[in-house]
Design a protein around this ligand. Structure first.
Ligand code: BES
Ligand code: ZN
Length: 934
């Protein structure tokens, strides 16, 4: 049942007070040591009653400290002196190794005879039979090590002492060790590339979230900040980099920081540099050839602008004397915010003005803006434990749009958050198996659980909810809330506001935000323009799904309603108290600044659709996208008839803007996923062709027959939609064009400048789809020879577009051979095969057959692992497919699902919902489409 609220107008006035108390939330967001949470941590049994989540089956108290994933709080590190020596050539057994020495100084805060420090897959040199030497700084009498051992499961080195360490005294733990410089993309690892036919090896690192312990023994939790004195030993002809500035091979002490932000690199790379007005040194590093070709220039050019923007935005200077940004040939994530030494995939940092597309360029700007945002929020101010990761990643995912916008103001990039984050996460967060943004500290323990929370909810819902906060506070107030001193000042003030009763609802920003962060999901607000009633209810894509996670707020939210009437903006309300009925249309959630969907009475829907058809320009661009996206989602939730959703698309034959088109194609894609293998396919193609044809003609004209490039970046994107979709629906003019371009390239492989980079994604894919083994092999050769990673990446996705089964199967096999497909790309290659309707069953068979190996390689650490499950199962919509999924789950209980555990649950729920949806809607969709496409 929907909940009804009538809220008086003076609540709106309460906003003023709210704005002032706003900063509480941001305080709560950014203060690393939240008292409430530390209470929770020490009393998990009390928490279980309040919180709904499945409690840990084993009572924590019965375990020995070394069997628990969290460090005891007795010992706190202050300084590390670490020396690492990576060998860039294999030893006699063909292994790449590194060796290291470490002295960590820690203070005893509570007497204990147990030292626990993280260490994983390190071989220790022993001293008198023990793994370490312990000494003290003060000269007090020292207990000796009685026993030392490694704990594999929880990744510790444990030392039992002959007596207790003394409170207040500092000690030094000395270790010497060796590890493998492996190709696992985690810890201290190696990346390889060919330069002039010669293999080059780079030693590099990825510590987040729990891999610093693979490089040296450390207290590997984000709150255990310390100063690191790093020394890296390397050959004279190589360069070593770390977080701080180099002093020959030794580095200055770092700022006080978390282990997960450390980084070490030894390479043959070269760099370009610039110095900021405030003296900060900025360098961009990459393979020599890439730097020589100027591929780092764009990154260097915008880094300074973005840094300056954040200095103003946070009202805090960049905290370090230098920033290095390094492009690595092998890298698991997209980029990593190591403090002062940010690492990137090549596609996320390098740019070639002749070969990169507008999308590639935007990616570079967004990723740099994202990682640099972390230099303050995340690195300077750090979450206490991984359960608060959403703040870190959600925040960076929101402000990356502001940072990139300041570097490229003409791109209008801020609007794109609605497509790329808000609408993306809506679909996940509408599942009964979703989860709240905030997690209890004791819910997140093991490395796999930690990796699992680097997910769309943390990133995109985090970004959407913070954006909503910033929209209802105003960006200036929001940004102000971020300056550290201001936060502290307002901490006292907001407490006072919270203590004042009688403000009505909502009382404080904290109250508002708790509803969005502590309960999962989001509301659909229904506006009935006849009765003036505004109601809300938890939006579930499958209305019959059972929500078994209770919420202290009963799934109701404080919803900021910005709205307009016949094109005129109205005053914002907290859940609108009354709308005006009448003949004119009402539209709520203008510019989609709130994290909710909107439904209306049918008359208002009809008026909106008429408004779109009469003159769509009266409705803001983002809302044109929202009307389509909401209507399609409401259809899936059975709240409106399926034909209503299709009716919101009819006006598209007049639409030329990217954002509404992208939203529409995304939603139509769902119909392709569901019906591509059924008789609905033909009419669906015919209807889409009718919509897209005018857009194809529009761009044919605008680009003088595809010879020039549109000026606006959004037109450049939309031109790609036009080509991609027109060819996909089989429009001969489109297919002929592409075949001719591609043939010319095959005839002159050295000259690909005729196919504009913006269109290459679509062109390559279509050419491979329409071609055979020759085209495939040509693209494979071009992929292997590509010198720009983003070009390689397009070619790699295109290889998944063939409809020839043996080519697809051979390609799947290549993903297990790192000499063919780099490990960093294996999962996304399998997923791209699954996106192809012919490839889907092949990829599913492949994943099932290779599950054990895939799990071992990627299941524990990889951030992309959950995407493998969701990618393969997007089309699942039959009972048989659901059974297959269940079987898969049962068969692999022993192996496990690691960071994809949640994704598997989501996939099963989604499949069940899709089965029902297809059964209920297929005939109506077929009827409507057949009628329209006549
Ligand atoms: N901190 C992450 C990188 C990361 C992710 C490390 C998962 C370990 C596990 C980084 O800030 C990030 O979010 N990178 C994104 C790119 C960004 C533009 C969204 C990525 O890697 O995709
Ligand atoms: Zn991030």
């Amino acid at each position: 049942m929907g909940k009804v609220y009538y809220i008086s107008k003076n609540v709106g006035l309460g906003l003023l007070v709210l704005a002032l108390s706003a900063l509480v939330t941001i305080v709560a967001l950014s203060i690393a040591y939240d008292k409430e949470r530390s209470k929770n941590r020490s009393r998990p049994e009390e928490q279980a009653a309040v919180n709904s989540d499945t409690p840990d089956p084993t009572p924590v108290a019965s375990k020995d400290p070394w069997d628990q994933y969290r460090l005891p709080s007795a010992l706190v590190p202050t300084t590390y002196n670490v020396t690492l020596w990576p060998r860039l050539k294999p030893d006699a057994n063909g292994h790449y190794i590194f060796s290291g020495l470490s002295d960590v100084v820690f203070t005893c805060h509570q007497a204990t005879d147990l030292v626990l420090i993280h260490a994983n897959k390190l071989n220790f040199t022993t001293f008198n039979g023990h793994h370490a030497l312990l000494s003290d700084l003060s000269g007090a009498r020292m207990p000796t090590i009685r026993k030392s051992w490694l704990v594999t499961e929880t990744e510790y080195l444990a030392l039992e002492l002959s007596g207790s360490l003394t409170e207040g005294v500092s000690y030094i733990l000395h270790t010497e060790f060796q590890g493998e410089l492996s190709d696992t993309l985690e810890g201290f690892y190696r990346s390889e590339y060919l330069e002039d036919g010669v293999k080059k090896v780079v030693a590099t690192s990825q510590m987040q979230p729990t891999f610093a312990r693979k490089a040296f023994p450390c207290f590997d939790e984000p709150a255990m900040k310390a100063v690191f004195n790093v020394t890296v030993i390397h050959d004279r002809d190589k360069v070593a980099l770390s977080n701080a500035r180099e002093l020959v091979t030794k580095f200055e002490p770092t700022a006080k920081m978390s282990t997960y932000l450390l980084a070490f690199i030894v390479s043959d790379f070269s760099y370009i540099e610039s110095t900021q007005q405030n003296g900060v040194q900025v360098r961009v590093w990459a393979r020599r050839k890439a730097i020589e070709a100027g591929h780092g220039d764009y990154a260097l050019n915008i880094t300074g602008k973005i840094l300056q923007f954040y200095e103003r935005y946070y009202d805090t200077p960049y905290p370090l004397p230098k920033t290095d940004q390094v492009a690595l040939p092998d890298f698991q994530a997209g980029a990593m915010e190591n403090w002062g030494l940010v690492t990137y995939r090549e596609t996320a940092l390098l740019h070639d003005p002749n070969k990169s597309s507008a999308g590639n360029k935007q990616r570079v700007a967004s990723v740099i803006a994202h990682e640099l945002a972390h230099m303050w929020f995340g690195n300077l101010v750090t979450m206490r434990w991984w359960n608060d990761l959403w703040l870190n990643e959600g925040f960076a995912s929101y402000v990356e749009y502001l940072g990139a916008d300041c570097a490229e103001p003409q791109w209008n990039i801020k609007d794109q958050i609605v497509l790329d984050d808000v609408q993306q996460v809506f679909s996940l967060d509408a599942l009964a198996s979703s989860h709240p943004l905030s997690r209890r500290e004791d819910e997140v323990n093991t490395p796999a659980q930690i990796s699992g929370i680097f997910n769309t909810i943390s990133y995109s819902k985090g970004a959407a909810v913070l954006r909503m906060l910033s929209k209802f506070l105003g960006e200036r107030v929001f940004a102000k809330g971020l300056s550290v001193t201001f936060i502290l000042l307002l901490l006292c003030f907001s407490q006072a506001a919270e203590d004042t009763p009688g403000l009505g609802i909502p009382r404080t920003i904290h109250d508002i935000m708790n509803r969005w962060t502590l309960q999962m999901g989001f509301p659909v607000v229904t506006i009935n323009t006849k009765t003036g009633l505004v109601t809300q209810q938890h939006f579930l894509v499958d209305p019959e799904s059972v929500v078994d996670r209770p919420s202290q707020f009963n799934y109701t939210w404080f919803v900021p309603i910005k709205w307009m009437k016949t094109g005129v903006e109205q005053r914002q309300y907290w859940l609108l108290h009354k709308t005006v009925s009448g003949v004119n249309w009402v539209l709520a959630n203008t510019n989609v600044s709130g994290y909710y969907r909107v439904n209306y009475d049918m008359d208002n829907w009809n008026r909106l659709i008429s408004a779109l058809e009469a003159n769509h320009l009266t409705i803001p661009i983002i809302n044109r996208a929202q009307i389509i996206d909401d209507a399609f989602s409401l259809t899936r939730a059975k709240m409106v008839d399926v034909t209503l959703a299709f009716r919101t698309t009819k006006y598209l034959s007049k639409e030329t803007q990217y954002i509404p088109w992208k939203a529409a194609l995304g939603n139509l894609y769902f119909y392709y996923l569901m019906f591509e293998r059924t008789e609905v396919y033909g009419p669906l193609q015919a209807y889409t062709r009718k919509l897209i044809q005018p857009l194809f003609e529009y761009f044919t004209k605008m680009t003088h027959n595809w010879t020039t490039v549109p000026e606006a970046i959004t037109d450049q994107y939309n031109q790609m939609n036009a080509i991609g979709m027109s060819c996909a629906v089989g429009m001969p003019a489109c297919r002929d064009l592409i075949k001719s371009w591609f043939k010319r390239w095959m005839d002159h492989p050295e000259d690909n400048l005729r196919i504009h980079p913006n269109l290459r994604n679509a062109v390559y894919c279509i050419a491979v789809e329409l071609g055979g083994a020759d085209e495939w092999d040509f693209v494979w050769r071009m992929f292997k020879n590509a010198t720009l990673a983003s070009e390689a990446s397009r070619l790699r996705s295109a290889l998944a577009c063939t409809k020839v089964p043996w080519l697809l199967n051979r390609y799947l096999d290549y993903t297990l051979d790192p000499t063919k497909i780099r490990k960093q790309d294996a999962l996304s290659t399998i997923t791209s095969v699954a996106h192809n309707v012919v490839g889907m069953p092949l990829a599913w068979n492949f994943v099932r057959a290779q599950w054990k190996q895939l799990y071992q390689e990627y299941g524990k650490g990889s951030f992309a692992f959950p995407g493998l499950i969701s990618g393969i199962t997007t089309r699942f919509s039959t009972e048989f497919e659901l059974q297959e999924l269940q079987r898969f789950k049962e068969d692999n209980q022993e192996v496990g699902f690691g960071s994809a555990t949640q994704a598997l649950e989501q996939a099963m729920e989604r499949t069940s919902a899709q089965i029902k949806w297809v059964t209920e809607n297929k005939d109506r969709v077929l009827d409507w489409l057949s009628g329209e496409s006549l």
